[in-house]
Design a protein around this ligand. Structure first.
Ligand SMILES: *[C@@H]1O[C@H](CO)[C@@H](O)[C@H](O)[C@H]1NC(C)=O
Ligand SMILES: *[C@@H]1O[C@H](CO)[C@@H](O)[C@H](O)[C@H]1NC(C)=O
Ligand SMILES: *[C@@H]1O[C@H](CO)[C@@H](O)[C@H](O)[C@H]1NC(C)=O
Ligand SMILES: *[C@@H]1O[C@H](CO)[C@@H](O)[C@H](O)[C@H]1NC(C)=O
Ligand SMILES: *[C@@H]1O[C@H](CO)[C@@H](O)[C@H](O)[C@H]1NC(C)=O
Ligand SMILES: *[C@@H]1O[C@H](CO)[C@@H](O)[C@H](O)[C@H]1NC(C)=O
Length: 442
């Protein structure tokens, strides 16, 4: 049973700490800490058998009680793990040294490993959790199954310490996200994935200027996206997908200059795509605003988003607009363009042939017209092309090898005015699925 890396690492510091205390003692200074800690660590460095590392009694009792509330009262910490930061480490719990004493710094609860702490059905928070003075990272995975709430808890207690808070796949986690989350000034990572949290997103989250990622997808949050999220200038990932958020996309999100990933998909957002979103052209790689009810046409400003690799706006049937007038050639990184079911009209413009990095083009279920241009099949990396459910017309003039290569990743079905020229020489070659051959008269 090895110690977690942190602990063996910090054991070195215990030893050096003891040396330090000895040197201080020689210099006839009185250490601030009481003799208890130094004496027990002295004995641990000189004795052949490990003894209890210095840890405040209260810290240890708080840890035991916090865990008991989650894993059940039959779990006897003092019996099983008498030295939780030392020679009897608890899976998922790590410690750090502050002022010569051990404190719990990390607590991960849930079935990460075989011998991880696992929650009982009646798992609940106890106030003891909030007595852990130096907790920097707290995470609960598949823990809460019967309804418990995280509001009304003393989050302020962690305001100077907690950098990461994570709740993942907790079907019992209900109720709102309390505004007191906004007191966690050191927070860099807020991950709330696949729980049943609901209510509005507290604007106070916008005060947490150190946040690098906010991932809250798969909950039941409703109401607007707070404009204050635009203050999170260090943010790399903002994922609010799969909730019930409504109202407009705040234009302030255009100020999140460090953002790599913006995912607002599968909510009930409405109104136009704010042109400010196109300011995210320094580092943004993924933009997903699909599955909402956005309106006001496909914005021309997306042509400025030169860094984006994946752009998804599908399933916004009221978006409308057309593909013309956008300088597609500027989007040299774009690999995935997904505009299925966005109410698009007009032709597929030849300027789109400049999208040379494109792998996936989804234009299905729109009202596109005209003849599918030949160059689509010649895009160097194209491996998925959906043109089904439009009003495309004329003869499909792609090479037969293209149909063979693409298989089901190419679709033109439900374009009543479109036909393909049947190859006379090799009738066995794959033909596009679901459209009729052109009548033989040229
Ligand atoms: C835990 O175990 C210790 C030592 O075996 C015992 O004294 C204590 O009463 C136990 N505590 C609980 C809560 O069962
Ligand atoms: C969980 O604990 C909190 C206090 O920490 C209490 O208010 C709440 O009623 C408890 N919930 C359940 C389901 O026991
Ligand atoms: C989408 O928005 C339109 C117009 O703003 C509205 O008429 C329609 O009911 C909305 N649809 C949904 C599913 O919310
Ligand atoms: C980035 O966006 C700004 C404003 O939207 C625009 O002026 C600029 O040309 C864009 N940069 C690139 C490389 O497209
Ligand atoms: C297109 O619309 C049809 C009928 O409404 C639907 O069955 C199909 O799943 C849609 N396809 C896509 C790619 O959205
Ligand atoms: C296709 O065009 C016809 C005639 O212009 C129109 O009636 C029909 O609604 C269009 N279909 C789609 C899917 O846009």
């Amino acid at each position: 049973m090895g110690n977690p890396p942190c602990c063996s690492y910090y054991k070195l510091f215990v030893i050096w700490g003891v040396v330090g205390v000895v040197l201080l003692g020689l210099g006839s200074c009185n250490g601030e800490d009481d003799g208890d800690s130094s004496s027990s660590s002295s004995s641990s460095s000189s004795s052949p058998t490990p003894t209890v590392a210095p840890m405040e009694w209260k810290e240890k009792e708080s840890l035991y009680a916090a865990i008991q509330g989650l894993v059940g009262s039959s779990w006897n910490g003092s019996d099983l793990y008498p030295d939780p930061c030392g020679w009897t480490p608890i899976q998922g719990v790590s410690c750090d040294i502050y002022d010569g004493l051990w404190y719990v710094s990390v607590m991960n609860v849930g079935p990460f490993y075989d011998n991880s702490l696992r929650c009982i059905q009646a798992a609940n928070f106890t106030s003891h959790l909030f007595e852990l003075k130096h907790l920097t990272s707290l995470s609960f995975y598949e823990c809460f199954t019967t309804p418990v709430s995280i509001s009304g808890l003393r989050w302020e207690a962690f305001s100077e310490t907690l950098t990461a808070l994570e709740f993942r796949s907790n079907p019992g986690l209900v109720g709102g996200l309390p505004p007191s989350i906004g007191s966690l000034k050191q927070l860099q990572s807020l991950v709330l994935l696949e729980n049943r949290l609901g209510g509005g997103l507290p604007p106070e989250i916008g005060n947490l200027g150190k946040l690098k990622r906010v991932m809250i997808s798969g909950n039941r949050f409703d109401g607007p996206i707070p404009g204050s999220f635009g203050n999170l200038l260090d943010l790399l990932i903002l994922d609010l997908s799969g909730n019930d958020l409504s109202g407009p996309i705040p234009s302030s999100l255009g100020g999140l200059a460090s953002l790599l990933k913006l995912d607002l998909s599968d909510n009930r957002l409405e109104g136009p795509v704010p042109p400010e979103i196109a300011n995210l052209n320094g580092s943004l790689m993924l933009l997903d605003i699909g599955g909402n009810n956005l309106t006001g046409r496909l914005p021309e400003s997306i042509q400025d988003m030169a860094s984006v690799k994946e752009m998804v706006m599908s399933n916004n049937p009221e978006l409308k607009g057309d593909l013309k007038g956008i300088n597609w050639g500027n989007l040299q990184e774009l690999q995935v363009l997904e505009l299925t079911n966005t109410g698009l009209q007009g032709d597929i413009p030849d300027t789109m042939s400049e999208l040379t990095a494109l792998r996936h083009l989804g234009l299905g279920n729109n009202s596109l017209t005209g003849n599918p241009p030949k160059w689509l099949a010649a895009l160097p990396h194209i491996s998925a092309l959906y043109l089904n459910g439009n009003n495309l017309t004329g003869e499909l003039e792609f090479p037969n090898q293209f149909y063979t290569r693409m298989g089901w990743r190419f679709s033109v079905v439900d374009n009543p005015g479109l036909c393909y020229r049947s190859p006379i020489t090799s009738p066995s070659v794959d033909s596009p699925h679901g459209i009729k051959p052109c009548s033989t008269s040229v």
